[in-house]
Design a protein around this ligand. Structure first.
Ligand SMILES: NC(=O)c1ccc[n+]([C@@H]2O[C@H](COP(=O)([O-])OP(=O)(O)OC[C@H]3O[C@@H](n4cnc5c(N)ncnc54)[C@H](O)[C@@H]3O)[C@@H](O)[C@H]2O)c1
Length: 424
């Protein structure tokens, strides 16, 4: 069928659409082997990248400025392109339903630039069926070309992890799936060039879509399990971290720690899985239970702080990003915690040198302090950034004040000045 009309590009011209946490590192890596143009709708982001400044902290200034990657926010520059790779956000809306708006608008834009024989690969996390059933149709409508005949679809989920300098695009196994065997072969050649051929060919596009969405749903459920046992053990007067250290000596015990689950992936993707299950007439149980438990953890912590602190206590919250050592504040659950603590009228200072203060204020109406000032009655380590050290609290906590250490990072510390310590 369609394969007959398709040729393998030896040196494809590639466009990466969406230059965020996923798109930028991929575009930079591919640019070492192919002519690559990076496109983003955010003009400011493109301007910053052209100046060598990656605010996601994934690519260094030297690497960015030394890369042959071309950067644009002008769709007119997206010709000629052989292979489009789309890595735009796929969040959920207020009802926790998949919000495919960025994907639709990127597909529309690519459809306008599409030529015969082109391949369009999606990297955005979606539920099974979106690449062909949603994006493919938009591409067809915009281009007047037929999917699987005149142009071809592919899906290759991204697995990188913000702030993780070990599992980078060039070191992890990449799943690829094309609409035809020839497209899969093309994707294998392209992605294989940046990770020494470490490619897994999925059966088809829907299988690859499903694989990605369950990777993150599985993580969410595993974290929900430890969050649930953390609440149980706290009631029993046991330290969850000590229990986990002991249980973790078994060869097949899974190493998860309790904590707030935010960010663009783990706290979101299970809803994509739930949505597709519901559209197939099924009520997912464990998937949504995991979400409920993890989203409910901030209320559990607030209740504990309410028991251990007075209403008029000043509280310092360390960290506002969604996880440690990254500047990413998207879907941060620390925000829920701060709002719940503020609701009781307390004065809360948030300190996070990694988060962009303007973005934090714009997104959440929370203005982080430049430096903690005065004495606090309680300090909550919400995010375990390496820059936070226990000694920094010595002069900041009143005598008999409390450290509420959500991640349990300082539980072996000897605290001076009668400082109390709480963790799961
Ligand atoms: N962040 C991660 O670690 C990670 C890991 C695996 C998968 N993913 C998935 O990859 C996708 C992208 O995530 P991200 O973290 O890179 O998002 P991001 O928000 O960091 O970056 C997305 C970029 O796309 C741009 N954009 C939005 N709409 C666009 C459009 N219509 N055309 C062109 N550009 C557009 C934005 O301006 C932004 O720069 C999501 O589906 C996400 O779930 C993310």
């Amino acid at each position: 069928m369609a394969d007959n009309s398709q040729t393998i590009y030896q040196v494809p011209q590639i466009a990466v659409v969406g230059l965020g946490y996923v798109g930028l590192p991929l575009a930079v890596a591919l640019a070492q082997h192919y002519p690559v143009i990076g496109y983003d709708v955010n003009i400011e982001r493109v301007k910053e990248l052209k100046a060598g400044d990656d605010r996601t902290d994934e690519i260094s200034r030297d690497t960015l400025l030394g890369s042959s990657l071309a950067l644009t926010s002008d769709t007119a520059e997206l010709r000629p392109v052989d292979v489009f790779i789309v890595a735009v956000p796929t969040p959920v809306d207020e009802q926790k339903k998949p919000d495919l708006e960025a994907l639709r608008s990127a597909s529309k834009m690519v459809g306008g630039a599409l030529g015969a024989g082109n391949i369009v690969v999606f990297e955005s996390t979606v539920y099974p069926g979106v690449t062909e059933g949603v994006c493919g149709r938009i591409l067809e409508a915009e281009s007047g070309l037929r999917s699987g005949q005149d142009f071809f679809l592919g899906y290759s989920p991204e697995r990188i992890n913000p702030g993780d300098k070990e599992h980078t695009v060039d070191r992890i196994t990449k799943i690829v799936a094309g609409q035809t065997p020839m497209v899969t072969e093309q994707l294998e050649a392209i992605y294989g060039s940046i990770n020494s051929g470490n490619i897994f060919r999925a059966t088809d596009i829907r299988t690859a879509e499903a694989a990605k969405v369950i990777e993150n749903a599985q993580r969410d459920i595993n974290i929900a399990f430890v969050n649930e046992i953390a609440v149980i053990f706290e009631r029993l007067g046991l330290c969850t971290h000590d229990v986990l250290d002991a249980a973790g000596t078994k060869w097949n015990f899974l190493n998860f720690k309790p904590g707030l689950v935010g960010g663009h992936c783990i706290g979101v993707d299970p809803y994509y899985l739930a949505h597709v299950a519901e559209s197939a007439g099924l009520e997912p149980e464990i998937v949504l239970a995991g979400r409920r438990i993890n989203d409910g953890l901030s209320a559990v912590i607030t209740a504990r702080i309410d028991e251990l602190c007075k209403k008029e206590d000043r509280i310092l919250v360390l960290g506002i990003t969604f996880k440690e050592n990254v500047p990413d504040i998207r879907n941060s659950k620390v925000v829920d915690l701060v709002r719940q603590l503020q609701a009781s009228g307390r004065e809360i200072d948030v300190f996070d040198p990694l988060a962009d203060p303007l973005e934090t204020e714009r997104e959440y109406g929370i203005i982080p302090v430049d430096q903690p000032k005065g004495l606090y009655d309680c300090a909550i380590t919400a995010v375990a950034h390496n820059i936070f050290q226990p000694q920094m609290l010595y002069g900041l906590l009143s005598a008999g004040g409390m450290v509420a250490d959500i991640k349990g990072i300082w539980r072996h510390e000897i605290w001076p000045n009668g400082i109390r310590y709480w963790s799961f």
